[in-house]
Design a binder for this molecule. Structure first.
Ligand code: NAP
Length: 412
């Protein structure tokens, strides 16, 4: 694998290769991990990445589609198996979790979901838990299980993956380094994301995007919570090598609130953009033409997905699958640092990123309770470097704490 340039601090550089990652203990190598939604793109990619990072791991691909599950199991080889699980059937879920060390919940969409049944089953069966949730309400509901997870001694992290997930850890590191090296205070944190087409992800990603268009965007301006129109506030952002300048728009994403509350940054917002450029126009038009109640209705959105999916997939062939995240931190003195993470394929990179969180939990980094990735009880400071090294394998550009003199002069 080609080395990935990783600058964790602007005055020192390390090189991330599979060879300079810590050895996994025998206990971890023999662990059992159940990937729910393993029949889908994100779950399948996570199972594949886990198998590459730790070939001895016992991986259970779980979902409702036996044919797809067994096809993946055949690729993963020896230590893997399939379990037929519908997470709405508590009995099948809890039975499948018996003897499992960690469950990875990748069976989205998480938007407009009433219950955290997988987390609840993980707590009941004393199984460690991570999810790839990208919904603010769901992540808050997951957090409300804190006392039950503590009582059951179960470690859990909500909103892992690439974004949210790795982006939260990048933000936490930017803030930590700024606070440790200067007298200045972090003032503005901005998450910028770009994914070409669907990034090679499954149909659920389209449903997720449409459902998010029905949500008012929560951002923070000088400590005050503000509500903004979805897919508004366009900015042209330079994502650097391999990606270039892209238009990005406001979206309601859980890392905005968690970063504001946990990292204590007064102004935080998140923007997202896609390609080809006219998909951005289409998303903007949808927020203007369709009532938000329509866009929040899962069954109506499912019909929209069925309508648009073939066209979107056809365009994916042209757009590619590239993904990029840029996290910007501005401090009171005008000090401005940036973290960048770009990969040729969202569907590959999200699996590697989720697998990096899974290994951190198996290594015992996470305390009992339900945590966000930027909380030190979820991923402690000393575990962040290894997590970022694992997650950034295969990236075309990865840099942390790059100083920049360019001020974007934004208000939120
Ligand atoms: N945090 C991040 O970085 C990040 C990045 C990208 C995507 N995501 C999120 O990841 C989720 C999955 O996306 P994807 O592209 O992998 O979608 P996908 O390919 O459609 O996969 C979703 C999987 O969930 C399974 N599933 C759905 N309902 C289920 C149920 N009741 N019981 C068991 N399995 C069930 C589906 O199985 P069936 O075949 O049985 O329907 C399918 O295999 C989405 O919510 C997306 O928003 C997160």
């Amino acid at each position: 694998m080609a080395p990935t340039s990783l600058s964790l601090n602007f005055n020192f550089k390390v090189t991330a290769t599979a060879t300079n990652l810590p050895e996994l203990s025998e206990k971890i190598r023999n662990s059992r991990v159940l990937v729910l939604g393993g029949t889908g793109r994100v779950g399948g990619s996570t199972a594949t990445a886990l198998s590459n990072l730790c070939p001895d791991l016992r991986i259970i691909v779980a979902g409702r589609n036996r044919e797809k599950g067994e096809a993946l199991v055949a690729k993963l080889g020896g230590n893997s198996g399939f379990a037929h699980v519908d997470f709405n059937d508590v009995n099948s879920l809890e039975t499948a979790l018996e003897g499992v060390d960690l469950v990875v919940h990748a069976a989205g969409p998480f938007q407009q979901t009433e219950k955290c049944s997988v987390l609840e089953a993980a707590i009941n069966t004393k199984t460690a838990y991570i999810d790839v949730c990208d919904d603010t309400d769901y992540s808050r509901r997951a957090k409300s299980f804190m006392s039950r997870a503590l009582a059951a001694n179960v470690p859990a992290i909500t909103t892992t993956g690439i974004y949210p997930g790795v982006s939260n850890v990048m933000a936490a590191e930017l803030v930590r380094v700024a606070e440790s090296e200067t007298e200045v205070k972090p003032e503005k944190l901005r998450f910028y994301y770009y994914t070409a087409g669907t990034g090679g992800a499954g149909p659920t990603i389209l449903a997720t995007s449409f459902l998010l268009l029905g949500e008012e965007v929560v951002a923070y301006n000088k400590g005050e919570k503000i509500k903004l129109k979805p897919y508004s506030g366009m900015l042209k952002i330079d994502f650097g090598r391999g990606i270039g300048k892209r238009d990005v728009y406001l979206l309601n994403l859980p890392e905005v609130r968690s970063a504001h509350e946990i990292l204590g940054v007064p102004s935080v917002s998140a923007r997202f953009g896609t390609a080809p450029f006219f998909w951005n126009w289409g998303m903007e038009a949808m927020t203007k033409l369709l009532p938000s109640e329509y866009l929040r209705d899962r069954s109506k959105v499912q019909r929209l997905v069925e309508l648009f999916d073939p066209v979107v997939r056809a365009m994916d062939g042209m757009a590619g699958e590239r993904v990029s995240m840029r996290v910007d931190l501005e401090c009171s003195s005008g000090r401005h640092t940036v973290g960048i993470f770009s990969h040729k394929s969202l569907s590959v990179s999200v699996g590697i990123s989720t697998a990096a969180f899974a290994l951190a939990v198996l290594e015992g980094s996470t305390q009992p309770g339900v945590w966000f990735p930027e909380e030190t009880q979820g991923i402690p400071i000393e575990a962040r470097e290894v997590l970022l090294k694992r997650a950034s394998q295969g990236t075309i550009n990865f840099a942390m704490n790059k100083l920049t003199f360019l001020s974007l002069c934004l208000f939120y």
